[in-house]
Design a binder for this molecule. Sequence first.
Ligand SMILES: NC(=O)c1ccc[n+]([C@@H]2O[C@H](COP(=O)([O-])OP(=O)(O)OC[C@H]3O[C@@H](n4cnc5c(N)ncnc54)[C@H](O)[C@@H]3O)[C@@H](O)[C@H]2O)c1
Length: 316
Amino acid sequence: MRVLITGSSGQIGTNLGITLVSGGHEVVGIDVRPNTWSHAFPTHLADLTTDSHPGVGVLGGVEVGTVDAIVHLAAHAKVHALVERPRGALENHAMVTNALEFARMNAVPVILASSREVYGNLGRRDNPVSEAEADFRSSPSPYAAMKLAGEALASSYFRCYGLPYAIIRFSNVYGRYDDDLLRLERAIWVFNDRIRSGKPVTVFGAEKTLDFTYIDDAIDGLVRCLHRLVDGDPEVTASTFNLAHGTGHSLLGVVNLIAATRNLTPDIRVEPSRPGEVTWYVADITRAQAALGYLPRTPVTTGVPRAIVEAMARGS
Ligand SMILES: NC(=O)c1ccc[n+]([C@@H]2O[C@H](COP(=O)([O-])OP(=O)(O)OC[C@H]3O[C@@H](n4cnc5c(N)ncnc54)[C@H](O)[C@@H]3O)[C@@H](O)[C@H]2O)c1
């Protein structure tokens, strides 16, 4: 299989590309930045927000040739940054539009990366959130609103043009190629940096509880979805899947886990959640389990210490 990955220099794109290549597949990547983690597959540099029209074998003005599927991951992926600059969410939607147009013109299936952000704060304690619960009226942020808009557009392409697609709603993916603090500011690595340098750790939301997904689980689910979509599996075509661990952990608990792994005592300051933030989410993953055979293997209590120990070995 030859797969086009957009956002291939990012956390999920890099891990997906390496996994596919090591499984004997060919990967062609497009990103606005070079890949700083891996040279396992080629990266074409292009800005996918531009109006250069997708064509046969062409996306973002780049000749990518014939592919069997496109996995669209490219996005401005920092939620709070798009609360401050909502035009970035519109740029995300422009990228989705270009990816869907490429898929339509090349008659290839497409996977779109969405997010648990689309549920906003619909989650309630002891009630995992299932895919059907998403509702545009609950969008907590411009980022989430445009993820939902992208999902709607994919659905319309299926109905108008018969374009096969699947949506993956990721949730706090962590664990490898995600610790470039300056670019990503992922919570685990911000906490790790503050703890190891003895600085106060600010946690936004005393009760905030989220579903953290170890990278290998996320990639396993994504690859399963890709194979089934390309094979035309009706359980997967035009379907949406939560990929997460299926359990909730408080941010305070994650801070303490990182500190315990480093054998340090954290100086924790708790502030209210910021505008646009989700405060409680645990995924119902039964659909992914049934249709994809998805079985997450790494709970936070294993995955976070593993990620921190690997970071310590790199000196960070
Ligand atoms: N990692 C998570 O926890 C998580 C959770 C929910 C949803 N997602 C979604 O999954 C996808 C991948 O996330 P990630 O964690 O790998 O993020 P990431 O930021 O590491 O990767 C996104 C990539 O998109 C690229 N990109 C941004 N603007 C671009 C443009 N104009 N043209 C071309 N490329 C551009 C970036 O350079 C980056 O390499 C995103 O759509 C994100 O919204 C991720």
